[in-house]
Design a binder for this molecule. Structure first.
Ligand code: KIV
Length: 262
């Protein structure tokens, strides 16, 4: 998957599959899969580091996890999140942050929000040769301003604002757009209004692609059960059973056997 394939897939009405990934062994598994593209999301702060919000993600975290994932991937397009406020300092510092993510192995960066400053920064980055994917709707970095993890764009005014944001991000040069937690109908309107693809999460089936968080879709954590998550495996149960089988066999001295001994 290369950058031009995003638009091509939209034109050919082929859906785009995206998954978050944070470490080398998981990336090696993704490398063998049919997944189109990978996001080292700032959700790493929650899914891997146990924080309550993505606000706790730092450049150091994003660089380290991007490097690990990049080492494991082969064909997939790799996107890395620019963490909280890391595009809101000086332009020089923003460029430095983006440079660090691309040098860590990302092919593109994702930036949340669509205010005028953000669009201007995106435009500068794109003109400098950096592929940028936008992120609108529920933008977790603004969680305290949004008042919690809740569906966005539910009334007419919010819906019109969201469509406007999408158009501004396309005009700024984004090659794709993540739309998080908005009504399906609105996501469809946005998708039809753009020439760039939309990747939805909690945005229904009309977007040009879907993204899910690794730990959610593999059932590795069971505390967080939003409506939009589908579990494709009972990961926690599989791992727990394996751990308990191992602990029991150690107790019972049925592991190691001659087979595992020198
Ligand atoms: O950080 C993340 O994982 C994300 C996806 C949920 C789109 O932004």
């Amino acid at each position: 998957m290369k950058i031009h394939d995003f638009k091509r897939k939209k034109e050919e009405q082929q859906k785009i599959s995206m998954i978050t990934c944070y470490d080398y062994p998981s990336a090696c598994i993704v490398a063998e899969s049919n997944i189109d593209c990978v996001l080292v999301g700032d959700s790493v702060a929650m899914a891997v580091h146990g924080h309550e919000t993505t606000i706790m993600a730092t450049m150091e975290m994003m660089i380290l996890h991007t490097q690990a994932v990049a080492r494991g991937l082969k064909q997939q397009f790799l996107i890395s999140d620019l963490p909280f406020l890391c595009h809101k300092t000086s332009l020089a510092q923003t460029v430095e942050n983006v440079k660090n993510l691309l040098q860590a192995g990302a092919h593109a960066v994702k930036i949340e929000g669509a205010d005028a400053d953000t669009c201007q920064t995106i435009s500068y980055l794109v003109n400098s040769g950096v592929p940028v994917i936008g992120h609108i709707g529920l933008t977790p970095q603004s969680i305290h301003q949004l008042g919690g993890f809740r569906v966005q764009g539910k009334n007419q005014e919010q819906a019109e604002k969201l469509i406007q944001q999408a158009l501004s991000l396309e005009a700024a040069g984004c090659f794709a757009l993540v739309i998080e937690c908005v009504p399906q109908q609105l996501a469809q309107t946005v998708t039809q209004s753009l020439t760039i693809p939309t990747i939805g999460i909690g945005a229904g089936s009309s977007t040009d692609g879907q993204v899910l968080v690794w730990h959610d879709m593999l059932g590795l954590q069971t505390d967080f059960n939003p409506k939009f998550v589908k579990r494709y495996a009972q990961g926690k149960e599989i791992l727990l059973n394996a751990l308990n089988a191992y602990a029991q066999q150690v107790q019972q001295m049925s592991f190691p056997t001659a087979e595992h001994s020198f």
